[in-house]
Write a protein that binds this ligand. Sequence first.
Ligand SMILES: C[S@@+](CC[C@H](N)C(=O)[O-])C[C@H]1O[C@@H](n2cnc3c(N)ncnc32)[C@H](O)[C@@H]1O
Length: 458
Amino acid sequence: MDLAQRPPYETVDFKALGQRDDEFMVLWQNSSGRLDFQDPETTKAVSKTILKVDFGLQLEVPDDRLCPPIPNRWNYVAWLQGLIDSTSADYSNKYDPERKVIGLDIGTGASAIYAMLCLKSRPNWTMCATDTDKKSFDSAARNLAINNLMTRTKLLQATALTPLIPIFALGVDHLDFTICNPPFFTSQDEMASSLDGERKSRKPNATCTGAEVEMVCPGGDLGFVTSIVNESLVLRDKVQWYSSMFGKLDSAKAITRLLKRHGISNWAVGVIDTGGNTKRWVVAWSFGDLRPRNVSVVSYTYMLRNLIMRKKQVRANIILWEQSIARMENIANECLPFPTLYTVIFPDSFSPEMAKETLNTHLSSLDMKWAWDAETSTGIVEASQNVWSRAYRRAYERKKKQGAEHMEAEEGQKVELAVRIKVVDLARQMDVEWLRGTDQVLWESFCGAVHGKFKKSS
Ligand SMILES: C[S@@+](CC[C@H](N)C(=O)[O-])C[C@H]1O[C@@H](n2cnc3c(N)ncnc32)[C@H](O)[C@@H]1O
Protein backbone atom coordinates (compact mmCIF):
# COMPACT_ATOMS: atom_id res chain seq x y z
CA MET A 1 0.00 0.00 0.00
CA ASP A 2 1.18 3.53 -0.81
CA LEU A 3 2.04 4.82 2.66
CA ALA A 4 2.06 8.44 1.46
CA GLN A 5 -1.70 8.30 1.01
CA ARG A 6 -2.72 5.42 3.21
CA PRO A 7 -6.40 5.87 4.16
CA PRO A 8 -7.47 6.20 7.80
CA TYR A 9 -8.33 3.02 9.72
CA GLU A 10 -12.05 2.31 10.08
CA THR A 11 -11.40 -0.72 12.25
CA VAL A 12 -8.65 -3.32 12.74
CA ASP A 13 -9.04 -6.90 11.56
CA PHE A 14 -6.96 -8.73 14.18
CA LYS A 15 -7.30 -12.09 12.50
CA ALA A 16 -5.93 -10.67 9.26
CA LEU A 17 -3.14 -9.05 11.27
CA GLY A 18 -2.21 -12.49 12.62
CA GLN A 19 -2.10 -13.86 9.10
CA ARG A 20 0.57 -11.27 8.31
CA ASP A 21 2.65 -11.84 11.45
CA ASP A 22 3.42 -15.26 12.95
CA GLU A 23 4.13 -13.99 16.47
CA PHE A 24 0.84 -12.12 16.60
CA MET A 25 -0.98 -15.19 15.21
CA VAL A 26 0.14 -17.14 18.30
CA LEU A 27 -1.25 -14.42 20.59
CA TRP A 28 -4.48 -14.36 18.60
CA GLN A 29 -4.89 -18.14 18.74
CA ASN A 30 -4.01 -18.32 22.45
CA SER A 31 -6.70 -15.77 23.17
CA SER A 32 -9.22 -17.79 21.11
CA GLY A 33 -9.89 -14.67 19.09
CA ARG A 34 -10.77 -12.54 22.14
CA LEU A 35 -7.77 -10.31 22.82
CA ASP A 36 -7.56 -9.01 26.38
CA PHE A 37 -7.21 -5.26 26.01
CA GLN A 38 -6.96 -4.90 29.79
CA ASP A 39 -3.54 -6.54 29.53
CA PRO A 40 -0.77 -3.98 28.79
CA GLU A 41 1.33 -6.70 27.10
CA THR A 42 -1.49 -7.37 24.65
CA THR A 43 -2.01 -3.70 23.78
CA LYS A 44 1.73 -3.33 23.32
CA ALA A 45 1.84 -6.38 21.04
CA VAL A 46 -1.04 -4.97 18.95
CA SER A 47 0.68 -1.59 18.53
CA LYS A 48 4.04 -3.15 17.70
CA THR A 49 2.52 -5.53 15.16
CA ILE A 50 0.46 -2.87 13.37
CA LEU A 51 3.50 -0.62 13.17
CA LYS A 52 5.65 -3.45 11.85
CA VAL A 53 3.17 -4.88 9.36
CA ASP A 54 1.53 -1.69 8.09
CA PHE A 55 4.43 0.79 8.32
CA GLY A 56 7.66 -1.22 8.56
CA LEU A 57 8.50 0.49 11.88
CA GLN A 58 9.88 -0.91 15.13
CA LEU A 59 8.67 0.30 18.51
CA GLU A 60 10.19 0.09 22.00
CA VAL A 61 8.50 1.83 24.93
CA PRO A 62 9.26 1.57 28.66
CA ASP A 63 6.55 -0.27 30.62
CA ASP A 64 5.61 2.88 32.54
CA ARG A 65 5.10 5.09 29.49
CA LEU A 66 2.22 5.44 27.04
CA CYS A 67 2.09 2.82 24.30
CA PRO A 68 0.14 4.53 21.51
CA PRO A 69 -2.83 2.89 19.75
CA ILE A 70 -1.65 3.11 16.15
CA PRO A 71 -5.00 3.44 14.27
CA ASN A 72 -5.88 6.46 16.40
CA ARG A 73 -2.48 8.10 15.81
CA TRP A 74 -2.43 7.29 12.10
CA ASN A 75 -5.91 8.74 11.54
CA TYR A 76 -4.74 12.08 12.92
CA VAL A 77 -1.64 11.99 10.67
CA ALA A 78 -3.80 11.10 7.64
CA TRP A 79 -6.14 14.00 8.45
CA LEU A 80 -3.19 16.40 8.67
CA GLN A 81 -1.82 15.11 5.37
CA GLY A 82 -5.20 15.97 3.79
CA LEU A 83 -5.03 19.41 5.35
CA ILE A 84 -1.51 20.04 4.02
CA ASP A 85 -2.27 18.59 0.58
CA SER A 86 -5.47 20.61 0.15
CA THR A 87 -3.77 23.90 1.07
CA SER A 88 -0.75 24.03 -1.22
CA ALA A 89 0.00 27.29 -3.02
CA ASP A 90 -0.57 25.68 -6.45
CA TYR A 91 -4.13 24.59 -5.49
CA SER A 92 -3.32 21.05 -6.66
CA ASN A 93 -5.32 19.43 -3.86
CA LYS A 94 -3.02 16.42 -4.23
CA TYR A 95 -0.06 14.86 -2.50
CA ASP A 96 3.06 16.43 -3.99
CA PRO A 97 6.09 14.15 -3.41
CA GLU A 98 8.42 17.07 -4.27
CA ARG A 99 6.99 19.40 -1.64
CA LYS A 100 9.28 19.85 1.33
CA VAL A 101 7.24 19.92 4.53
CA ILE A 102 8.50 20.42 8.06
CA GLY A 103 6.39 19.63 11.11
CA LEU A 104 6.70 19.77 14.90
CA ASP A 105 5.49 17.00 17.20
CA ILE A 106 4.77 18.74 20.54
CA GLY A 107 5.18 16.24 23.39
CA THR A 108 6.44 13.41 21.19
CA GLY A 109 6.30 10.87 24.05
CA ALA A 110 8.36 7.73 24.54
CA SER A 111 7.23 6.39 21.17
CA ALA A 112 7.87 9.49 19.00
CA ILE A 113 4.83 8.10 17.24
CA TYR A 114 3.65 11.13 15.24
CA ALA A 115 7.18 12.00 14.15
CA MET A 116 7.77 8.40 13.02
CA LEU A 117 4.45 8.06 11.14
CA CYS A 118 4.95 11.41 9.39
CA LEU A 119 8.52 10.64 8.37
CA LYS A 120 7.86 7.08 7.28
CA SER A 121 4.81 7.93 5.17
CA ARG A 122 6.14 11.10 3.53
CA PRO A 123 9.78 10.76 2.38
CA ASN A 124 10.18 14.50 1.73
CA TRP A 125 9.01 15.56 5.17
CA THR A 126 11.27 16.43 8.09
CA MET A 127 10.20 16.69 11.70
CA CYS A 128 11.03 18.49 14.91
CA ALA A 129 9.98 16.88 18.19
CA THR A 130 9.97 18.01 21.82
CA ASP A 131 9.26 16.55 25.23
CA THR A 132 9.78 17.71 28.79
CA ASP A 133 10.00 14.21 30.29
CA LYS A 134 13.59 12.91 30.21
CA LYS A 135 12.58 9.25 30.15
CA SER A 136 10.20 9.81 27.21
CA PHE A 137 12.73 11.98 25.43
CA ASP A 138 15.45 9.31 25.63
CA SER A 139 13.05 6.62 24.50
CA ALA A 140 11.83 8.80 21.58
CA ALA A 141 15.45 9.25 20.47
CA ARG A 142 15.94 5.47 20.61
CA ASN A 143 12.85 4.79 18.49
CA LEU A 144 13.90 7.32 15.87
CA ALA A 145 17.40 5.83 15.83
CA ILE A 146 16.37 2.17 15.45
CA ASN A 147 14.16 3.20 12.53
CA ASN A 148 16.90 5.28 10.85
CA LEU A 149 14.83 8.44 11.12
CA MET A 150 17.18 10.47 13.31
CA THR A 151 18.81 12.32 10.39
CA ARG A 152 15.43 13.80 9.40
CA THR A 153 14.49 14.85 12.94
CA LYS A 154 15.45 17.73 15.23
CA LEU A 155 14.87 16.61 18.81
CA LEU A 156 14.69 19.13 21.62
CA GLN A 157 14.32 18.33 25.28
CA ALA A 158 12.02 21.07 26.56
CA THR A 159 11.65 22.39 30.11
CA ALA A 160 8.65 23.96 31.77
CA LEU A 161 9.99 27.34 30.60
CA THR A 162 10.43 26.37 26.94
CA PRO A 163 7.67 27.60 24.61
CA LEU A 164 5.46 24.81 23.27
CA ILE A 165 6.50 25.87 19.76
CA PRO A 166 10.21 26.64 20.30
CA ILE A 167 10.79 27.64 16.70
CA PHE A 168 13.92 29.69 17.45
CA ALA A 169 15.51 27.10 19.75
CA LEU A 170 14.91 24.54 17.01
CA GLY A 171 16.69 26.78 14.50
CA VAL A 172 13.90 26.74 11.90
CA ASP A 173 12.32 29.83 10.36
CA HIS A 174 8.90 28.32 9.67
CA LEU A 175 6.86 25.16 10.19
CA ASP A 176 4.20 23.74 7.90
CA PHE A 177 2.34 22.18 10.82
CA THR A 178 2.37 21.29 14.47
CA ILE A 179 0.86 18.03 15.73
CA CYS A 180 0.08 17.28 19.36
CA ASN A 181 -1.59 14.81 21.66
CA PRO A 182 -1.65 16.84 24.88
CA PRO A 183 -2.09 15.53 28.42
CA PHE A 184 -5.91 15.31 28.57
CA PHE A 185 -6.57 15.51 32.31
CA THR A 186 -6.52 18.29 34.89
CA SER A 187 -5.74 15.95 37.81
CA GLN A 188 -4.90 12.37 38.66
CA ASP A 189 -8.45 11.91 40.00
CA GLU A 190 -9.97 12.97 36.70
CA MET A 191 -7.61 10.61 34.87
CA ALA A 192 -8.49 7.67 37.17
CA SER A 193 -12.24 8.11 36.79
CA SER A 194 -12.03 8.54 33.01
CA LEU A 195 -9.88 5.43 32.58
CA ASP A 196 -12.21 3.45 34.85
CA GLY A 197 -15.04 4.38 32.51
CA GLU A 198 -13.06 3.20 29.50
CA ARG A 199 -12.13 -0.07 31.21
CA LYS A 200 -15.75 -0.82 31.99
CA SER A 201 -16.53 -0.61 28.30
CA ARG A 202 -14.14 -3.55 27.69
CA LYS A 203 -13.36 -2.33 24.21
CA PRO A 204 -10.00 -2.06 22.40
CA ASN A 205 -7.67 0.70 23.68
CA ALA A 206 -9.18 0.44 27.15
CA THR A 207 -5.81 0.06 28.83
CA CYS A 208 -3.65 3.09 29.27
CA THR A 209 -0.07 2.70 30.46
CA GLY A 210 0.52 6.46 30.55
CA ALA A 211 2.37 7.98 33.52
CA GLU A 212 0.95 11.01 35.30
CA VAL A 213 3.58 13.24 33.65
CA GLU A 214 2.13 12.28 30.25
CA MET A 215 -1.55 12.44 31.09
CA VAL A 216 -2.03 15.36 33.49
CA CYS A 217 -1.31 19.08 33.14
CA PRO A 218 -2.85 22.32 34.44
CA GLY A 219 -6.18 22.79 32.64
CA GLY A 220 -5.94 19.38 30.86
CA ASP A 221 -6.22 19.34 27.05
CA LEU A 222 -8.02 22.69 27.02
CA GLY A 223 -5.31 24.35 29.15
CA PHE A 224 -2.48 22.90 27.04
CA VAL A 225 -4.02 23.88 23.70
CA THR A 226 -4.98 27.34 24.98
CA SER A 227 -1.25 27.86 25.51
CA ILE A 228 -0.60 26.74 21.91
CA VAL A 229 -3.28 29.20 20.70
CA ASN A 230 -1.63 32.00 22.70
CA GLU A 231 1.76 31.22 21.19
CA SER A 232 0.21 31.06 17.72
CA LEU A 233 -1.13 34.60 18.16
CA VAL A 234 2.50 35.75 18.33
CA LEU A 235 4.02 33.38 15.74
CA ARG A 236 1.06 33.78 13.33
CA ASP A 237 2.04 32.61 9.82
CA LYS A 238 5.43 31.29 10.88
CA VAL A 239 3.39 28.07 11.08
CA GLN A 240 0.89 27.22 8.36
CA TRP A 241 -1.28 24.85 10.43
CA TYR A 242 -1.37 24.64 14.21
CA SER A 243 -3.21 21.52 15.38
CA SER A 244 -4.03 19.35 18.34
CA MET A 245 -5.99 16.27 19.31
CA PHE A 246 -8.54 16.51 22.17
CA GLY A 247 -9.78 13.90 24.59
CA LYS A 248 -12.98 15.81 25.25
CA LEU A 249 -15.37 17.19 22.66
CA ASP A 250 -16.13 20.11 24.96
CA SER A 251 -12.46 21.10 24.92
CA ALA A 252 -12.38 21.01 21.11
CA LYS A 253 -15.52 23.16 20.99
CA ALA A 254 -14.06 25.62 23.50
CA ILE A 255 -10.94 25.99 21.35
CA THR A 256 -13.00 26.81 18.22
CA ARG A 257 -14.79 29.51 20.26
CA LEU A 258 -11.42 30.85 21.41
CA LEU A 259 -10.15 30.95 17.81
CA LYS A 260 -13.23 32.92 16.77
CA ARG A 261 -12.79 35.34 19.65
CA HIS A 262 -9.28 36.02 18.36
CA GLY A 263 -10.63 36.67 14.86
CA ILE A 264 -9.17 33.46 13.38
CA SER A 265 -11.56 32.34 10.63
CA ASN A 266 -9.54 29.61 8.92
CA TRP A 267 -9.81 26.41 10.94
CA ALA A 268 -10.72 22.74 10.56
CA VAL A 269 -12.45 20.28 12.89
CA GLY A 270 -12.27 16.51 12.52
CA VAL A 271 -13.13 13.36 14.44
CA ILE A 272 -10.80 10.43 15.06
CA ASP A 273 -12.99 7.35 15.09
CA THR A 274 -11.33 3.95 14.70
CA GLY A 275 -14.36 1.82 15.28
CA GLY A 276 -14.08 1.31 19.07
CA ASN A 277 -16.07 3.40 21.48
CA THR A 278 -13.25 5.87 22.15
CA LYS A 279 -13.53 8.93 19.95
CA ARG A 280 -11.09 11.81 19.80
CA TRP A 281 -11.33 15.19 18.10
CA VAL A 282 -8.82 17.25 16.19
CA VAL A 283 -8.74 20.98 15.53
CA ALA A 284 -6.31 22.87 13.29
CA TRP A 285 -6.10 26.60 12.61
CA SER A 286 -4.18 28.87 10.28
CA PHE A 287 -3.38 32.55 9.87
CA GLY A 288 -2.82 31.89 6.15
CA ASP A 289 -5.46 32.31 3.44
CA LEU A 290 -5.39 28.85 1.84
CA ARG A 291 -8.67 27.10 2.66
CA PRO A 292 -8.83 23.35 3.30
CA ARG A 293 -11.46 21.36 1.42
CA ASN A 294 -14.76 20.59 3.05
CA VAL A 295 -18.26 19.60 2.09
CA SER A 296 -21.07 21.88 3.15
CA VAL A 297 -24.35 20.72 4.62
CA VAL A 298 -26.06 22.37 1.65
CA SER A 299 -24.17 20.36 -0.89
CA TYR A 300 -24.72 17.21 1.15
CA THR A 301 -28.45 17.82 0.77
CA TYR A 302 -27.90 18.17 -2.97
CA MET A 303 -25.95 14.96 -2.92
CA LEU A 304 -28.80 13.14 -1.24
CA ARG A 305 -31.15 14.51 -3.87
CA ASN A 306 -28.80 13.36 -6.60
CA LEU A 307 -28.47 10.03 -4.89
CA ILE A 308 -32.16 9.44 -5.23
CA MET A 309 -32.59 11.00 -8.66
CA ARG A 310 -29.46 9.75 -10.39
CA LYS A 311 -28.28 6.44 -9.04
CA LYS A 312 -25.17 6.57 -11.24
CA GLN A 313 -23.83 9.41 -9.19
CA VAL A 314 -23.94 7.60 -5.87
CA ARG A 315 -20.27 6.59 -5.94
CA ALA A 316 -18.86 9.93 -6.99
CA ASN A 317 -20.88 11.77 -4.40
CA ILE A 318 -19.90 9.49 -1.57
CA ILE A 319 -16.22 9.88 -2.48
CA LEU A 320 -16.61 13.64 -2.30
CA TRP A 321 -18.19 13.38 1.14
CA GLU A 322 -15.36 11.19 2.41
CA GLN A 323 -12.80 13.75 1.37
CA SER A 324 -14.05 16.43 3.71
CA ILE A 325 -11.21 17.74 5.87
CA ALA A 326 -12.39 20.89 7.55
CA ARG A 327 -15.91 20.05 8.71
CA MET A 328 -17.15 17.00 10.62
CA GLU A 329 -20.69 15.81 11.31
CA ASN A 330 -22.52 15.89 14.63
CA ILE A 331 -21.03 19.06 16.03
CA ALA A 332 -22.77 22.38 16.51
CA ASN A 333 -22.54 24.55 13.41
CA GLU A 334 -21.00 27.36 15.44
CA CYS A 335 -17.89 25.19 15.93
CA LEU A 336 -17.44 24.61 12.22
CA PRO A 337 -15.59 26.82 9.76
CA PHE A 338 -17.58 28.44 6.95
CA PRO A 339 -18.32 25.94 4.13
CA THR A 340 -15.84 26.12 1.27
CA LEU A 341 -17.92 24.16 -1.21
CA TYR A 342 -20.94 25.59 -2.98
CA THR A 343 -22.91 23.51 -5.44
CA VAL A 344 -25.03 24.83 -8.28
CA ILE A 345 -27.50 22.40 -9.85
CA PHE A 346 -28.22 23.33 -13.46
CA PRO A 347 -31.87 23.90 -14.37
CA ASP A 348 -33.26 21.57 -17.05
CA SER A 349 -32.90 24.34 -19.64
CA PHE A 350 -29.09 24.06 -19.35
CA SER A 351 -27.18 21.14 -20.80
CA PRO A 352 -23.70 20.74 -19.24
CA GLU A 353 -22.18 21.99 -22.53
CA MET A 354 -24.34 25.14 -22.46
CA ALA A 355 -23.44 25.63 -18.81
CA LYS A 356 -19.70 25.45 -19.57
CA GLU A 357 -20.09 27.97 -22.36
CA THR A 358 -22.10 30.36 -20.17
CA LEU A 359 -19.50 30.02 -17.43
CA ASN A 360 -16.56 30.62 -19.75
CA THR A 361 -18.16 33.59 -21.52
CA HIS A 362 -19.09 35.25 -18.25
CA LEU A 363 -15.87 34.64 -16.30
CA SER A 364 -13.54 35.54 -19.17
CA SER A 365 -15.34 38.89 -19.54
CA LEU A 366 -14.34 39.89 -15.99
CA ASP A 367 -11.16 41.71 -14.91
CA MET A 368 -9.52 38.69 -13.25
CA LYS A 369 -7.53 35.55 -14.04
CA TRP A 370 -9.66 32.71 -15.38
CA ALA A 371 -7.95 29.51 -16.57
CA TRP A 372 -10.23 26.80 -17.98
CA ASP A 373 -9.16 23.20 -18.64
CA ALA A 374 -11.68 21.72 -21.08
CA GLU A 375 -10.35 18.19 -20.59
CA THR A 376 -11.25 18.07 -16.89
CA SER A 377 -14.06 20.67 -17.11
CA THR A 378 -12.32 22.56 -14.36
CA GLY A 379 -11.35 26.21 -14.09
CA ILE A 380 -9.52 28.40 -11.58
CA VAL A 381 -10.45 32.00 -10.79
CA GLU A 382 -8.06 34.46 -9.13
CA ALA A 383 -9.49 37.87 -8.31
CA SER A 384 -7.99 40.86 -6.52
CA GLN A 385 -11.37 42.28 -5.49
CA ASN A 386 -15.09 42.15 -6.33
CA VAL A 387 -14.70 42.50 -10.11
CA TRP A 388 -18.15 41.00 -10.79
CA SER A 389 -20.15 43.82 -9.18
CA ARG A 390 -22.24 45.89 -11.58
CA ALA A 391 -20.29 49.06 -10.75
CA TYR A 392 -16.90 47.43 -11.35
CA ARG A 393 -18.01 45.81 -14.60
CA ARG A 394 -19.34 49.12 -15.97
CA ALA A 395 -16.12 50.95 -15.11
CA TYR A 396 -14.11 48.09 -16.62
CA GLU A 397 -16.10 48.19 -19.87
CA ARG A 398 -15.54 51.95 -20.11
CA LYS A 399 -11.79 51.54 -19.60
CA LYS A 400 -11.64 48.77 -22.17
CA LYS A 401 -13.31 51.02 -24.74
CA GLN A 402 -10.59 53.56 -24.01
CA GLY A 403 -8.02 50.90 -24.82
CA ALA A 404 -6.87 49.86 -21.33
CA GLU A 405 -6.82 46.08 -21.03
CA HIS A 406 -6.95 46.00 -17.23
CA MET A 407 -8.18 48.50 -14.66
CA GLU A 408 -5.08 47.88 -12.57
CA ALA A 409 -1.75 46.16 -13.24
CA GLU A 410 -2.48 42.43 -13.13
CA GLU A 411 0.92 41.19 -12.05
CA GLY A 412 1.84 41.56 -8.42
CA GLN A 413 -1.71 42.18 -7.24
CA LYS A 414 -2.71 40.32 -4.13
CA VAL A 415 -5.14 37.50 -4.77
CA GLU A 416 -8.07 38.14 -2.43
CA LEU A 417 -10.16 35.24 -3.72
CA ALA A 418 -9.21 32.03 -5.54
CA VAL A 419 -11.87 29.54 -6.52
CA ARG A 420 -11.98 26.25 -8.41
CA ILE A 421 -15.07 25.50 -10.49
CA LYS A 422 -15.73 21.98 -11.68
CA VAL A 423 -18.61 21.07 -13.95
CA VAL A 424 -19.81 17.52 -13.26
CA ASP A 425 -21.65 16.53 -16.44
CA LEU A 426 -23.42 13.43 -15.13
CA ALA A 427 -24.67 15.19 -12.03
CA ARG A 428 -25.63 18.27 -14.07
CA GLN A 429 -24.05 20.37 -11.40
CA MET A 430 -21.14 22.65 -10.76
CA ASP A 431 -18.97 22.53 -7.64
CA VAL A 432 -17.51 25.88 -6.65
CA GLU A 433 -14.65 25.48 -4.19
CA TRP A 434 -13.08 28.26 -2.12
CA LEU A 435 -9.29 27.85 -2.36
CA ARG A 436 -7.83 31.10 -1.10
CA GLY A 437 -8.99 34.20 0.72
CA THR A 438 -10.04 35.42 4.13
CA ASP A 439 -13.10 37.47 3.13
CA GLN A 440 -16.22 35.36 3.60
CA VAL A 441 -18.43 38.11 2.13
CA LEU A 442 -16.37 38.18 -1.07
CA TRP A 443 -16.63 34.39 -1.39
CA GLU A 444 -20.39 34.40 -0.84
CA SER A 445 -20.81 37.25 -3.28
CA PHE A 446 -18.88 35.31 -5.94
CA CYS A 447 -21.02 32.20 -5.40
CA GLY A 448 -24.16 34.31 -5.68
CA ALA A 449 -22.93 35.95 -8.90
CA VAL A 450 -22.08 32.60 -10.54
CA HIS A 451 -25.32 30.99 -9.35
CA GLY A 452 -27.23 33.95 -10.81
CA LYS A 453 -26.11 32.90 -14.31
CA PHE A 454 -27.87 29.57 -13.89
CA LYS A 455 -31.30 30.59 -12.70
CA LYS A 456 -34.23 28.96 -14.49
CA SER A 457 -35.14 32.16 -16.31
CA SER A 458 -31.63 32.64 -17.76
C1 LIG B 1 -0.39 12.28 26.10
S1 LIG B 1 1.36 12.27 25.96
C2 LIG B 1 1.50 12.05 24.17
C3 LIG B 1 2.70 11.23 23.77
C4 LIG B 1 2.72 10.89 22.27
N1 LIG B 1 2.75 12.08 21.46
C5 LIG B 1 1.49 10.07 21.90
O1 LIG B 1 0.62 10.57 21.19
O2 LIG B 1 1.43 8.93 22.28
C6 LIG B 1 1.78 13.95 26.20
C7 LIG B 1 3.28 14.22 26.14
O3 LIG B 1 3.50 15.62 26.27
C8 LIG B 1 4.68 15.82 27.04
N2 LIG B 1 4.65 17.18 27.57
C9 LIG B 1 3.97 17.68 28.64
N3 LIG B 1 4.21 18.99 28.77
C10 LIG B 1 5.04 19.35 27.76
C11 LIG B 1 5.64 20.58 27.35
N4 LIG B 1 5.43 21.70 28.01
N5 LIG B 1 6.42 20.57 26.23
C12 LIG B 1 6.65 19.43 25.55
N6 LIG B 1 6.12 18.24 25.91
C13 LIG B 1 5.32 18.20 26.99
C14 LIG B 1 4.59 14.72 28.10
O4 LIG B 1 5.83 14.44 28.69
C15 LIG B 1 4.07 13.58 27.24
O5 LIG B 1 5.11 12.83 26.70
